[in-house]
Design a protein around this ligand. Structure first.
Ligand code: FES
Ligand code: FES
Length: 168
């Protein structure tokens, strides 16, 4: 590999990984090309569409703007991790009702944004869901359906919780 190369160690979807690359390589390219994690998508490449969102140390970031040198010792979670890791089982259930995506291009970025929200707020209201999705562009206009699906999942959880506490 010609030119400046750095060695990186970080956590990717709960596994320690090592990588050598140029310091300015974008996290988006590392995920897609070095690790084959194609669920993280490239839209605008300028930090404006949210298609490339991942969780970095629990916060959503646009991976097209994160250079490799910023990754040392960080914890990265991609949509693949969110959709498969046991620690996200509950959050995944909130996605099960979302069937309103049309082309689906924005869906992984939206789910990462929703995972960030649901990690700290299991029953968000419509305003909170809309705010969480404010960095995600959906050219097909699926927002209202996504907000509605997450709200329905929250209200089902509330009803289920009430029934359980009435029985106990
Ligand atoms: S591709 Fe990164 S924000 Fe659009
Ligand atoms: S469903 Fe097509 S961009 Fe959102």
């Amino acid at each position: 590999m010609p030119g400046n190369v750095i060695k990186l160690r970080f956590t990717l979807n709960e596994k320690q990984v090592l990588l050598q690359c140029h310091p300015g390589t974008r996290l988006l390219d590392i995920l897609r090309h070095d690790f084959g994690l194609k669920g993280t998508r490239e839209g605008c490449s300028q930090g404006e569409c949210g298609a490339c969102l991942v969780l970095m140390n629990g916060l959503s970031v646009n991976s097209c703007l994160i250079p490799a040198f910023a990754l040392t010792d960080s914890e990265i979670l991609t949509i693949e991790g969110i959709l498969s890791l046991k620690s996200f089982t509950d959050i995944r259930k909130s996605f099960a009702d979302i069937q309103t995506y049309r082309c689906g291009f924005c869906s992984s970025g939206m789910q990462v944004a929703l995972a960030e929200l649901l990690l700290t707020n299991r029953e968000p209201n419509a305003e909170e869901i809309r705010r969480a999705l404010s960095g995600n562009l959906c050219a097909c206009g699926s927002y209202n359906g996504v907000v509605e699906a997450v709200l329905q999942s929250s209200s089902r959880k509330r009803r289920y919780g009430r029934r359980r506490s009435e029985r106990s």
